[in-house]
Design a protein around this ligand. Structure first.
Ligand SMILES: [Zn+2]
Ligand SMILES: [Zn+2]
Ligand SMILES: [Zn+2]
Length: 336
């Protein structure tokens, strides 16, 4: 079992892996090794650990065992579902076992398809797969949060070239998510409104940072974007949990998300990016700190193009410098 350690100064948890990697285990130069042998391609199902779920492709002209999307455990999981939390102290420090889930969501049987070209029906299936996994892991009372994210391109942290997304379910709420939850809660306590619903009406009113608006969603560059050409997708209907999205909304989300990624590619062909979904923590009964969470938090998806490298200034200060204003970025994306 790996170990989770809490930073007593910042309250942030880090996962420390067993079998510590020696200096020679790190490669400082990223080579784009071409995979001769991709485990995630159709036909290699038996070479992976047992499937967690799949969306089967049941078209009659297809041979049996075809699938649209599949979910498998990560090949080297940081978090494991077995065991108890084992919270304990070590001198002045706190630690616990890395109980949780680390899963891989295979977005398509097709190795070389890019996420923006996956098609609306397939994008909807990928989103439905995300929802199903969050809903399932929410039932485990040991787990507090499930993060779905994607790395696309080597500089985004991607290791495999097959189109996959990642899921990590943790026994603690990650710090970055907690900061958003705290901020939303404070705004709600002061204004009695959801800050994200206010973002939507403010952005639609001004229009300067809007990229696309559909029936159920809006995509815009946030007013204080950390990175140039960063954009967020928010549902217009207030909802704290992504897994509560309805079938019609999912179709619409597939549309706005695919369009947003296509626009990004039109401006920067082949750019690496990350995206992640910020949804509510697992909804165990909330008596105390998070009692207004259903009203104050609003799930969303954030897309972060990797156009810059993070420098000592960002690491040292937590400040970000964006060389393109969100208004100008949104204009380029809108017109792409
Ligand atoms: Zn593949
Ligand atoms: Zn809201
Ligand atoms: Zn967020």
């Amino acid at each position: 079992m790996h170990e989770l350690r809490k930073d007593p100064l910042l309250g942030r948890w880090v996962a420390v892996l067993n079998n510590s990697k020696p200096p020679s285990g790190y490669s400082l130069f990223h080579e784009n090794e071409s995979e001769k042998d991709c485990l995630f391609c159709s036909g290699r199902e038996h070479d992976l650990p047992a499937e967690i779920m799949s969306v089967p492709d049941q078209r009659p002209d297809r041979p049996s065992k075809k699938w649209w999307t599949r979910v498998v455990p990560n090949l080297s999981p940081v978090f494991r579902v077995e065991g108890d939390l084992g919270r304990r102290g070590e001198g002045m420090y706190d630690k616990m076992n890395s109980v949780g889930a680390t899963e891989i969501i295979i977005e398509s049987p097709d190795h070389s398809i890019r996420p923006e070209d996956i098609g609306l029906d397939q994008m909807a299936r990928v989103l439905i797969t995300y929802m199903a996994r969050i809903a399932d892991l929410e039932k485990d009372p040991r787990l507090r949060y499930t993060l779905i994210y994607k790395n696309s391109g080597i500089s985004s942290g991607a290791v495999y070239s097959h189109p996959i997304s990642h899921l990590v379910s943790t026994p603690v709420i990650p710090k970055r998510v907690k900061e958003e939850l705290d901020g939303a809660k404070q705004y709600f306590a002061y204004k009695e409104r959801c800050i994200f619903c206010d973002f939507i009406s403010e952005e639609l009113r001004s229009g300067d940072r809007i990229i696309i608006e559909t029936r159920h969603f809006v995509a815009f560059c946030p007013y204080a974007s950390k990175f140039p050409f960063e954009f967020w997708i928010l549902p217009k209907r207030h909802s704290c949990a992504f897994q509560d999205t309805g079938p019609e909304e999912i179709e619409d989300m597939a549309l706005i998300f695919s369009a947003g990624l296509k626009k990004l590619r039109a401006l920067f062909d082949g750019v690496a990016f990350n995206y992640f979904i910020h949804s509510a923590p697992n909804r165990i009964p909330r008596k105390n700190h998070w009692h207004t969470l259903g009203e104050d938090f609003h799930w969303h998806l954030e897309v972060m193009p990797r156009l810059l490298r993070t420098s000592g200034f960002e690491w040292g200060s937590g400040f970000y410098i964006s060389p393109t204003s969100p208004e100008v970025a949104a204009k380029y994306l809108r017109e792409a």
